[in-house]
Design a protein around this ligand. Structure first.
Ligand SMILES: Cc1cc2nc3c(=O)[nH]c(=O)nc-3n(C[C@H](O)[C@H](O)[C@H](O)COP(=O)(O)O)c2cc1C
Length: 225
């Protein structure tokens, strides 16, 4: 069967080959803010300054919402040939750690972030044992529910959440620079990601044998859910 894993094996090497890597780690940050150079992006940049990697701004990408056509159940890949399929998915598959950063909108992640999450259904099994990090930023309300959405994403994909995540307090663009606690928590998250990537990617690491790494597609994860 045609799967994401065998389609992208070659492509992944090309895609991640030129990215900034620290200690051989590949960290992919997904930014769900519609604002360029906003508060969420700032914290993601702090993280990248510690562990390397790249930031994808969903607002710069064009991709459809999941339409629940379920073609991916048989085809092993999504029917849409948009930025999600051609740009984001190869990078997700090639990463060791995925950091989701979202502003809090109406007590939850942004619509872009949720659309991104839904479009990863077709990858079930392929992100297994990758490390997940969460960053949410808001003025005051709904951080727990936004972080819960991020952690549910990691759990759904059998990923390993690095820690409880970072909550930043900021409203206007740039205000986050005053939240020194969030900045320091972002550095801690970066350190924890480093530690867990080393543990899971070492000679006896989890990911060498995982369905995501081997390309077997994840067995019973092929069911809807
Ligand atoms: C449509 C909208 C809804 C928002 N809802 C919330 C909310 O529920 N809770 C909160 O604390 N902040 C809320 N905010 C404030 C943003 O989370 C805040 O401005 C954040 O710093 C934006 O991050 P960014 O600069 O990365 O885009 C909302 C902002 C917008 C535009």
């Amino acid at each position: 069967m045609l799967t994401w894993q065998n389609m992208y094996t070659e492509m992944n090497i090309m895609v991640m080959g030129n990215r900034r890597k620290v200690n051989g780690m590949r960290v992919l940050c997904i930014c769900g803010s519609p604002r360029s150079k906003g508060n969420t992006e700032y914290l993601l940049k702090v993280l990248v300054s510690e562990v390397g990697g790249e930031i994808i701004r969903l607002a710069d990408c064009h991709f459809a919402h999941c339409t629940a056509c379920w073609s991916c159940r048989d085809a092993g890949r999504c029917v849409f040939n948009d930025d999600m399929t051609t740009h984001i998915v190869p990078r997700l598959l090639a990463s060791d750690a995925v950091v989701l950063g979202s502003p809090i909108f109406f007590n939850n992640v942004t619509a872009d972030m949720k659309a991104f999450m839904d479009r990863t259904w077709c990858l079930r099994g392929a992100l297994r044992n990758k490390i997940g990090g969460g960053i949410v930023v808001g003025r005051r309300y709904g951080a727990e529910s936004a972080m819960s959405a991020v952690n549910s994403f990691f759990l759904k994909h059998d990923m390993i959440a690095a820690n409880r995540g970072v909550t930043g307090l900021a409203f206007d663009k740039g205000e986050i620079v005053h939240d020194t606690e969030a900045i320091s928590a972002t550095r801690s998250l970066a350190r924890r990601i480093k530690e867990l990537v080393a543990l899971t990617c070492g000679n006896d690491g989890l990911r060498r044998d995982s369905p995501g790494a081997s390309g077997s597609g994840g067995g019973d994860r092929m069911r809807a859910g």
